[in-house]
Design a protein around this ligand. Structure first.
Ligand code: NAD
Length: 489
């Protein structure tokens, strides 16, 4: 199948933090991949802007190296690569000083096309950048800003950040990135839910036993120790990514697939979440790998904080208090240094009300599994008769609803989340971005949980590297007569 690539209009994209890790690993390779696919017009302009003292030639060399390292899979010839590099220039700029701003303002003057400013810098600089963009006349109605996570540390700081950005930009101009929303499968989830008659009638507490959302990582905190130890899994993953996935699973059908209709429904889900009880939470911290402590140190050693009480793993149970979901638990789980890298949402349907088969036919349930990484895809487990003689024995088989083979989709059709989201920014489509009130509502739910731990001086339980987390997490499920899906690569 040939995918339809519709080029975006010419644009100017300024990447503040253009020499940083995110720009080199995701933003620039993403733009290059879209350029190779014919989606980025050659008269677009990309401006790297950072504190590093470089000229445009030096920056283009840095981009070339970044593409060689992080864009190895992109099939493009040297001529195309040079065409992409020709679109790029660099300005040394200080978000908190005066360096570079006059030059940037001059560069942006009077083109009359979309101008996007990607804030790929520390959130502490978001306010400074917004203020200077306005001061230098670049915060006009054609301009958009893209802001990265973390968006605040708690409700108070998120409100403050929203208020700061709102002084210079309208909500319609602010694109808060949650790259989980840019994943192909997440959009396919919406297509499957709202494009078929089959699922929606069953999508409620009457038919769904429970929902599990797992985002398991094998990496440790790496070089982010200082930031991570102040955040923990709850702030770093649950408040944003897992809650966004929960919203898409649980929301009512929006009237239209448009930004406010979708985000209104997501907001209602967050506002319907019950507070989480302390015994519905399992927190953990990974231990060192025995015999390989140097390469795989414990969490506390990795963050250089011997008495840290920050969690690198969390599992929790919550309920959504509305007519659709009352009584159906939602289990969320995320952690570092787990058995496998795997992000999956699973909807586990209830047992049939009565089995007509003999007991040894076994107990079978339909399970809808939405896999975000690796091997993106959606499968529905259906129960069938085991083929062959020997009586009526039932087995579960996965029905592949991604239909990659049938559609002839291969790796070259792959669009990374960042690529999709950047093209959405250029097109002015905010559907897959978080609105300010959603972020605040998510913090309003998260804050009391974290404050509870702090008040109780809660200490996370240790867990083995390469495991599924602390035993508390398994116990929490066992008490409910359920079990976690195995974390598999
Ligand atoms: P980084 O430390 O690698 O890069 C920071 C960039 O900001 C550099 O280009 C630096 O020159 C620039 N900078 C610093 N101070 C500046 C100033 N005063 N004026 C102008 N430029 C300045 O950081 P990163 O990992 O690229 O992260 C950038 C943002 O993206 C952060 O908000 C981070 O939380 C977020 N983020 C990063 C990742 C990731 O995978 N790296 C993932 C999700 C979110």
């Amino acid at each position: 199948m040939v995918s339809r690539v519709i080029p975006v209009d010419p644009f100017d994209l300024v990447i503040f933090g253009g020499t940083g890790d995110l720009a080199r690993r995701k933003i620039l390779p993403g733009l290059f991949r879209r350029f190779c696919a014919g989606q980025v017009p050659s008269d677009a302009r990309i401006v790297g802007a950072a504190r590093t003292d470089l000229d445009s030639d030096g920056y283009r060399q840095m981009v070339r190296e970044a593409l060689a390292e992080f864009g190895r899979d992109i099939a493009c010839d040297e001529g195309t690569l040079n065409g992409f590099l020709d679109m790029i220039q660099y300005l040394a700029i200080d978000a908190r000083g005066e360096t570079g701003w006059a030059e940037l303002a001059e560069l942006m003057v009077g083109k009359g096309r979309v101008e996007a400013f990607y804030f790929s810098v520390s959130p502490a600089l978001f306010g400074d950048l917004a203020e200077r963009l306005q001061h230098w006349g670049m915060a006009d109605e054609d301009s958009r800003i893209v802001v990265e996570k973390p968006f605040g540390h708690d409700l108070a700081s998120a409100k403050e950040l929203n208020a700061t950005l709102a002084r210079y930009f309208d909500e319609k101009q602010i694109y808060r990135i949650d790259h989980y929303l840019g994943k192909e499968t997440v959009q396919n989830l919406m297509a499957v839910r709202f494009g078929n008659m089959l699922f929606e009638p069953l999508w409620n507490a009457q038919y769904v036993d429970h929902v599990q959302i797992t985002v398991a990582e094998t990496v440790g905190v790496g070089g982010r120790g200082e930031y991570y130890d102040k955040a923990g899994a709850m702030r770093d993953m649950v408040q944003n990514h897992l809650m966004q996935l929960l919203c898409l699973i649980a929301m009512e059908p929006p009237a239209r697939f448009d930004p406010d209709a979708v985000r209104d429904e997501k907001l209602k889900v967050i506002r319907s979440l019950d507070p989480v009880l302390p015994h519905h939470i399992a927190r953990g911290q990974y231990d060192a790998m025995p015999g390989n402590e140097a390469e795989m140190p414990s969490y506390r050693e990795a963050v250089d904080h011997p008495r840290s009480r920050t969690e690198s793993f969390i599992a929790l149970k919550t309920h959504i208090s509305n007519w659709r979901w009352a009584g159906t638990p939602f289990y969320l789980r995320t952690g570092k240094r787990m058995a496998a890298r795997s992000s999956e949402i699973t909807v586990i349907f209830k047992d049939t009300p009565h089995s007509i088969f003999a007991e040894d036919a076994g107990r079978h349930r339909n399970v809808l599994s939405i896999r975000l990484q690796p091997n993106e895809g959606i499968t529905l487990g259906v129960t069938i008769k085991e083929p062959g003689p020997g009586g009526m024995r039932l087995i579960d088989v996965p029905l592949d609803m991604t239909f990659a083979e049938a559609l002839g989709v291969d790796g070259s059709d792959h669009v990374d989340a960042y690529e999709r989201l950047i093209t959405d920014v250029i097109r002015g489509n905010q559907t897959l971005f978080m609105r300010g009130d959603e972020v605040e509502a998510a913090w309003a739910w998260t804050d009391p949980i974290i404050e509870g731990w702090e008040a109780r001086h809660d200490v996370p339980k240790p867990y083995d590297i390469g495991s599924d987390g602390p035993t508390d997490s398994t116990e929490m499920m066992r008490r409910d007569g359920r079990e976690w899906r195995k974390v598999t690569p």
